[in-house]
Ligand binder design. Sequence first.
Ligand code: IPE
Ligand code: IPE
Ligand code: MG
Length: 250
Amino acid sequence: MSLKNKITSDRLPKHVAIIMDGNGRWAVQRGEDRIYGHKKGVDSVREIIEAAAELKIEYMTLYAFSTENWNRPWEEVEALMELMVNSLNNETKKLVDNNITLKVIGDIDRLSDNVRRSLDDTLEKTGKCTGMTLVVALSYSSRWEMIKAVRDISYKIKEGKIDPANIDDKIFENFLTTKGIPDPELLIRTSGEVRISNFLLWQIAYCELYFTETLWPDFGKEELYKALVEYQKRERRFGKTSEQVHENEN
Ligand code: IPE
Ligand code: IPE
Ligand code: MG
């Protein structure tokens, strides 16, 4: 029986974020090169987007390429960028048909012209969709994002447009690349690594974390359902006592 039946639809996380890790190891285990693992990883991306959209999850963020990933061997970086372009070109129509909007977070100035062209094309074509928002973190890291926010806020202060005394969570969030996107409520990381790797550090302040040994190319719909079932078993207290949480329910 599918675990899908165990998910309570009115208590789904609004936003699920995923650190898609383990492509390289998956390929090496099969005597293939790492790029083969990344290609297989694209199939998982497709399947997980479909599953999330079917469940009517409102936002899904996928960590596709980190600031630190620029330090990988250039052949691997090139292959990842080529995969990104091909995926965007091949999947845009499907995104539109499924009413999915694409958003990108990250330092896109570092991307080559042809990656940016494909991105711009998909962003434009999916811009009017009203279903799930798919956020791709590309050339992204949380420290990059936060430093950029501090810099941008500082310019506004210098121009006299922001009073430092008024800076609060809301103002700060308006300067993050995730502006307008609710914080993730569930963060999944595949491949057995138990770390955050510079991903959404501000936004996951109260997120439920879920780690699985499964490598990303093996992560399919049932694996997502399993994470959601686990999420729904957790009690989210936000600093309160368990009793207070239950009082609020009544
Ligand atoms: C995740 O898989 C994909 C990216 C980081 C782009 P990895 O390439 O990190 O796979 P492992 O961790 O080496 O197995
Ligand atoms: C994190 O995976 C980044 C992405 C999934 C895009 P890495 O494989 O780069 O993470 P570390 O370096 O092992 O922490
Ligand atoms: Mg990795």
